[in-house]
Design a protein around this ligand. Structure first.
Ligand SMILES: Nc1ncnc2c1ncn2[C@@H]1O[C@H](COP(=O)(O)OP(=O)(O)OP(=O)(O)O)[C@@H](O)[C@H]1O
Length: 301
């Protein structure tokens, strides 16, 4: 059974279709990327999943059926707009919000204290929210998202205000959550984080799902005829099957002639006594794929 099942949801605001027939499933224990350009319909989709908006048509099943109050407490949501009570002290605010999620005061105190240490916020526990930096407020909001140990995490741009150290800390935390079997929906514009973290993705553009499935499978579909060769040997001026090549740091980027199989080139390199240390199909980055999809290119165009 999938953790979240989105079936053909449609949502319009006035004459504008923000979400236009989107389908996808999020599997238990995966990190699922919900991607797309600004205004694509991601936040609207999340709000429909969370039952904040009703779709005009279509269905969402979460943990096997419709949303309930009990299920809401089994979800942690980090919204894109961060909005904690600015006049309240950090620790007091976090404990209060944790009790709203069903924790006893004692348990809330204990967990908040542990998270404040882990997020390097313990020294700021008595500061008002408004006295914290943007990154610190973002970490505080992440604590709110995690403190009740939800089975499902839906997190919108968790890295936007974080420095590299905190970014790594949050990445480790997400991987740790996945290892515990939690299901994570990650909404981000940072494609290198998607490459590092996500198992599967959906890419929405203008309210429609343009790409959906296993991340590596999608990257393979968009891989062209380029190869990466790592070798200390200098290449001859021409190699059968290779239309051109570029020298790179520690090797070469080869462009294959149309219809040439990578194996045929590998055989040529071996025949020429070239020491092959690494030989692989050049995978496009998610940034490249994102741009190609959003500008209307199909795979291998
Ligand atoms: N409450 C609303 N009222 C009217 N229009 C809305 C509302 N919420 C979203 N929209 C419109 O629906 C479209 C999709 O917006 P949405 O916020 O879902 O995009 P997004 O993919 O989350 O974008 P971003 O990456 O910029 O956050 C946009 O054109 C937006 O203007």
């Amino acid at each position: 059974m999938s953790t979240i099942q989105v079936e053909n949801i449609v949502k319009s605001f006035g004459s504008q279709r923000a979400v236009d027939g989107v389908n996808f499933e999020v599997n238990p224990g995966e990190i699922f990327g919900l991607l797309g350009p600004n205004g694509a319909g991601k936040t609207t989709t999340i709000r429909i999943i969370l039952d904040i908006f009703k779709p005009d048509s279509g269905n969402v099943a979460i943990l096997g059926g419709p949303m309930t109050e009990d299920k809401k407490n089994r979800i942690g949501y980090l919204p894109e707009e961060r909005g904690l009570y600015q006049e309240i002290k950090l620790e007091q605010c976090l404990v209060y919000l944790a009790t709203l999620k069903g924790l006893s005061k004692a348990e809330a105190n204990k967990r908040v204290s542990e998270y404040l240490e882990r997020f390097d916020l313990a020294d700021s526990r008595k500061k008002k929210l408004k006295e914290l930096s943007k990154g610190m407020q973002q970490k505080a909001q992440l604590i709110v998202t995690l403190v009740h140990e939800p089975e499902i995490l839906i997190i919108d741009e968790p890295f936007s205000a974080l420095d590299p150290v905190n970014t790594q800390m949050v990445k480790d935390l997400l991987l740790e959550q996945r290892a515990k079997g939690r299901t994570i929906v990650l909404c981000t514009h940072q494609m290198h984080q998607v490459e590092e973290l996500c198992d599967r993705i959906v890419l929405i553009d203008k309210g429609k799902a343009m790409l959906y499935g296993d991340l590596n499978e999608i990257r393979r579909q968009y891989a062209g005829q380029d190869l990466i060769l790592r070798t200390p040997t200098l290449l001859p001026a021409t190699i059968p099957g290779v239309s051109s090549y570029l020298r790179t740091n520690g090797g070469y980027h080869l462009k294959l002639a149309a219809g040439t199989a990578p194996q045929a080139v590998l055989a040529e390199l071996v025949k020429e006594n070239i020491l092959v240390e690494q030989f692989e199909i050049a995978m496009p980055t998610m940034d490249e794929i994102f741009i190609r999809v959003v500008t209307g290119e199909t795979p291998n165009e």
